[in-house]
Design a binder for this molecule. Structure first.
Ligand SMILES: Nc1nc2c(ncn2[C@@H]2O[C@H](COP(=O)(O)OP(=O)(O)OP(=O)(O)O)[C@@H](O)[C@H]2O)c(=O)[nH]1
Ligand SMILES: [Mg+2]
Length: 396
């Protein structure tokens, strides 16, 4: 099936609802740093269409939609081990930095929905009008051996997404972890079995073999594809470079979109054409603060933090900025000191980078005040997890 180019995607739309399941933590005993957006501040954000983001009142359209029997629409679960590039892939497909992606495993902690509506052109020689495909991507946490309640929730999100999916994209990386020689990755049978046991019988699984740029010798690619062919009879095998998604056809993403679109069930679109996500702005903002903490710290810190938005004040006139207060929760006092850094240097840099990233996403200037707070054992405690905005796929 021939498909329209990804550049033809509708302009993205975010939900402007700021109400989320975030804690309203007090500021008592907190350390703080703030970053104000300067005029003309440059963004570090790689998102392509961020400034043109259209803001919706809510996630779902109120307008009745005439069902188009020619259209295809379905849920596409993006699943795999941690750090294989799932979030990078979803962002590249959407052309928008929806989901945070970092070099550290276990970055994604929730199921994050991103909508792509694209036009499918008729095949050569066919005299039919183009029709639409809507791919409702679910970016998911990497399946891993959980060490705490947060990890259990993360895995449950991935399995639940596989269960509800019309098409599953199993993302893996071509080279074995930490190897730059000719060793391809060995299929992880145990993790794959978790997806198979979660999904409904007959759900097509497309293999996305990512980070092909790291395979110097293309024979490695063929060996990897052969090994995956023995693991499962995949609906399609697509080598990709998610990190080079903006570079055109050679990234493999157009082919991946075609393979997935062709397997979507026929039916009307579930979301308005220009809808991007069901997540509110404050969720994206909290995630971008967390991304900067992950990027600017090492060792256990990335796994020990959670971020909540404590207040969000929209300006009364266009000349003023949106004022956001956020708290970085850590597990131990020693971690609080690391996040703050010598003389508050680290938290200042985290705040500046996060502010620029959020401004690029929202398309407007913000003032960001960050606080750091110790919340011992939060990742092991269901009540605290809920307060910090983490819930399993089926909250009670
Ligand atoms: N070389 C190379 N690196 C990539 C590619 N795609 C993603 N990466 C890198 O892989 C790392 C992990 O990417 P993520 O998108 O966060 O991976 P993930 O699967 O979402 O990870 P979790 O959320 O932890 O499960 C980041 O450093 C990406 O830049 C690629 O095509 N080539
Ligand atoms: Mg991720």
């Amino acid at each position: 099936m021939a498909a329209g180019k990804r550049e033809q995607k509708p302009r993205p739309r975010l939900s402007s609802s700021h109400t989320g399941s975030v804690s309203k933590g007090t500021k008592k005993g907190l350390s703080s740093a703030s970053a104000e957006g300067g005029k003309g501040a440059k963004s570090t954000n790689s998102a392509k269409s961020t400034n043109s983001a259209k803001i919706a009142k809510g996630a779902k359209s109120e307008e009745p939609r005439a069902p188009d029997v020619r259209s295809r629409c379905g849920m596409v679960a993006i699943v795999g081990r941690p750090n294989v590039g799932k979030s990078t892939l979803v962002n590249a497909l959407l052309g928008f930095r929806l989901s945070i992606a970092t070099p550290k495993p276990q970055t994604t902690r929730d199921r994050i929905l991103g909508v792509l509506t694209r036009e499918i052109a008729p095949r050569e020689g066919e005299d039919t009008p183009p029709y639409q495909a809507q791919l409702v991507f679910l970016d998911t946490p990497g399946l891993h051996a959980a060490k705490n309640k947060l990890g259990v929730q993360m895995n449950a999100h991935a399995e639940e997404a596989a269960r509800g999916a019309d098409v599953i994209v199993w993302v893996t990386e071509v080279m074995a972890r930490g190897r730059e020689d000719d060793t391809p990755t060995a299929p992880d049978e145990e993790t794959f079995a978790r997806v198979k046991s979660a999904m409904r019988d007959g759900t097509p699984i497309v293999l996305a073999l990512n980070k092909v740029d790291r395979a110097k010798d293309k024979k490695v690619l063929f060996r990897a594809l052969e090994a995956y062919g023995k693991l499962h009879d995949f609906a399609a095998y697509v080598p990709i470079m998610a990190a080079r998604g903006g570079e055109g056809g050679s990234s493999g993403l157009d082919r991946l979109l075609d393979e997935v679109s062709a397997r979507l069930p026929k039916g009307p679109l579930l979301f308005p054409e220009d809808e991007l996500t069901d997540r509110p702005e404050r969720f994206l903002a909290a995630e971008q603060v967390r991304e900067q903490v992950i990027r600017q710290t090492r060792d256990e810190i990335p796994y020990a933090i959670a971020v909540t938005i404590d207040s969000w004040e929209e300006p009364s006139n266009a000349k003023q900025v949106t004022r956001i207060e956020a708290t970085v929760h850590v597990d131990k006092e020693a971690q609080r000191k690391i996040v703050i850094g010598q003389g508050g240097e680290r938290i200042k840099h985290i705040g500046m980078a996060a502010r620029m990233s959020i401004e690029a996403t929202l398309g407007r200037r913000i003032h960001l005040a960050l606080y750091v707070r110790v919340e011992e054992g939060w990742a092991h405690d269901e009540r605290k997890l809920a307060e910090l905005g983490y819930q399993g796929p089926n909250p009670k």
